[in-house]
Write a protein that binds this ligand. Structure first.
Ligand SMILES: NC(=O)c1ccc[n+]([C@@H]2O[C@H](COP(=O)([O-])OP(=O)(O)OC[C@H]3O[C@@H](n4cnc5c(N)ncnc54)[C@H](OP(=O)(O)O)[C@@H]3O)[C@@H](O)[C@H]2O)c1
Length: 275
């Protein structure tokens, strides 16, 4: 199959679908868009995109179909009536979902003759198409290599394996890290606010530089058993968490996250003592 994928069809014009369409337009591609609810394509149409009046029309207009909808159920329900139109075509799904959902979607589309790649967007709409954005892809390597040049317009392309579930796997795992970091940052700011500290100064002069310093060490030290390496001195860490819990209690700020971490540290320490 030889195509340069000049014509891209985007299914879904939520915040992310619009950002993807915009980045493809910036890169000079011929873009056709479709959304369940019409009326979201105005700005894109003004910049040269074409709004399809039906899903089938959108699919036929593209060499490459890029799907970005709410969730896997929405993707299945949307594509089911039009799946015959996709036969022989190439589809990249950038909708977030679980590992099993990605594998099952890949199997279903393969059964309908579709060249498929699963994706996970490591970006927010504002960073799509910028240097910081990167997108995880998994599925057949040859499909990835064919579409990678054009997908480069939305962010750096990073293929993570033939198993179509791997993009979702790495995406969900990375988001789990992000939510933990976010919950910790929220708690930190709540503490400072409750005790009358200057939140903006704290964020800029303490929290950000501290997290930047500690992030590579945290990532390097992470392991599947959630254990604490010896050099991190679990006894000292457990005492440190007690201090955070005390400070939270004094400030009247709930400390669920620190409580959970303390429990898991104590579990590890007793495991270490038992072995
Ligand atoms: N936004 C982000 O920062 C971000 C970052 C990474 C990944 N993602 C992923 O990108 C995907 C889209 O996110 P988004 O921010 O664009 O979400 P969004 O703004 O809520 O848009 C949701 C899209 O799904 C469509 N949709 C919802 N229910 C539908 C249904 N039953 N049938 C057909 N279409 C339906 C919506 O169409 P209508 O307009 O008709 O409702 C809209 O096009 C999600 O999987 C999300 O996890 C988002």
């Amino acid at each position: 199959m030889k195509t340069r994928y000049e014509r891209i069809s985007i299914l879904g014009l939520g915040a992310m679908g619009r950002a993807l369409a915009s980045a493809f337009l910036d890169a000079g591609r011929e873009v056709t868009v479709w959304n369940r609810t019409p009326g979201k394509a105005g700005e894109l149409v003004a910049r040269g995109a074409r709004e399809a009046s039906s899903l089938g029309e959108a699919i036929k207009a593209g060499d490459l179909t890029v799907v970005c909808l709410l969730d896997d159920g929405t993707v299945r329900a949307t594509l089911a009536p039009a799946v015959r139109e996709l036969d022989g075509g190439t589809l990249v799904n950038l909708t977030s979902g679980s590992v099993r959902q990605a594998r099952e979607l890949a199997q279903w589309l393969k059964g309908h003759g579709v060249h498929f790649l699963a994706g996970g967007i490591m970006a927010v709409p504002a960073t799509v198409g910028t240097q910081g954005a990167f997108i995880l892809y998994s599925g057949a390597r040859d499909v990835f290599e064919r579409v990678a040049p054009v997908l480069g317009s939305i962010g750096r392309s990073h293929w993570v394996g033939e198993d179509p579930g791997f993009a979702a796997l790495y995406d969900m795992a990375a988001l789990s890290g992000m939510y933990g970091m976010g919950a910790g940052a929220d708690h930190a700011v709540a503490l400072v606010h409750a005790e009358g500290g200057d939140v903006e100064t704290f964020k800029q002069e303490v929290l950000q530089p501290w997290m930047e310093q500690i992030l590579p060490i945290t990532v390097a030290g992470a392991d599947a058993n959630e254990s604490v390496p010896d050099e991190y001195n679990p006894g000292m860490q457990a005492t440190g968490l007690e201090n955070i819990l005390s400070a939270s209690g004094e400030a009247g700020v709930p400390a669920d996250l620190a409580g959970h971490l303390r429990a898991s540290l104590w579990r590890m320490r007793s495991g270490a003592a038992a072995s």
